[in-house]
Design a protein around this ligand. Sequence first.
Ligand SMILES: N[C@@H](CCC(=O)N[C@@H](CS)C(=O)NCC(=O)O)C(=O)O
Length: 210
Amino acid sequence: MALYKPVHRQQPDGPWHDRYGSGDPLLCAAKPGERRAPAYLAVNPLGKVPAIRYRGAIMTEQVAITIHLADLFPRTGLAPALNDPLRGPYLRWIAYYGSSFEPALIDRFMRRDPAPIGQSPYADYETMLGAVEAQLAGGPYLFGDRLTAADILWGAALSWTMTFGLVPRSEVFERFAERITSRPAFRLVDAADAEMAAVHAAAVGEPVGA
Ligand SMILES: N[C@@H](CCC(=O)N[C@@H](CS)C(=O)NCC(=O)O)C(=O)O
């Protein structure tokens, strides 16, 4: 499986190539310039990350990628099965992320009013976020004790949007984001990101984060 993500560039011989174990090079779109270069626009014409290539098929859109990866690795238990009553709510909250939360977030970031309620995909910001908070209030996860890929998506998103002040640091959001981002698997990926960023920075002779 090839992964295209923000921090890194092509590293076919790097340790991650082996770790993903797919025989596919790990391709990365590290910098805005690289994301708009023809090679990456052939992957995603929007120049956006993430994207994956799995068995020759390119896939973009984080919501779809989340669903697909969780389904591909059933041993993780992160995806309710098709006949599980939780499957519908699970898909609902993953889709809500892309269809309601993100448009609202961008309007908030741009200090724009939402479209009139009948046209806005998310009604209004407070209502949109209030629904997320209500869903999380019972905890510890979106669906009580059951951890799913939807939690991973939301935990990461709430963590960074609170950091940027776009989502208020309510107790419910903070507790949930901390619960997700402190998971050993999450920490492992964070460490891997830092490791790849360092390798990338050394390869291009730039400071990390440049
Ligand atoms: N519609 C895409 C949007 C992804 C997106 O907004 N990606 C951002 C990072 S999270 C990006 O690539 N920004 C960098 C850029 O446009 O250069 C999805 O849902 O996956």
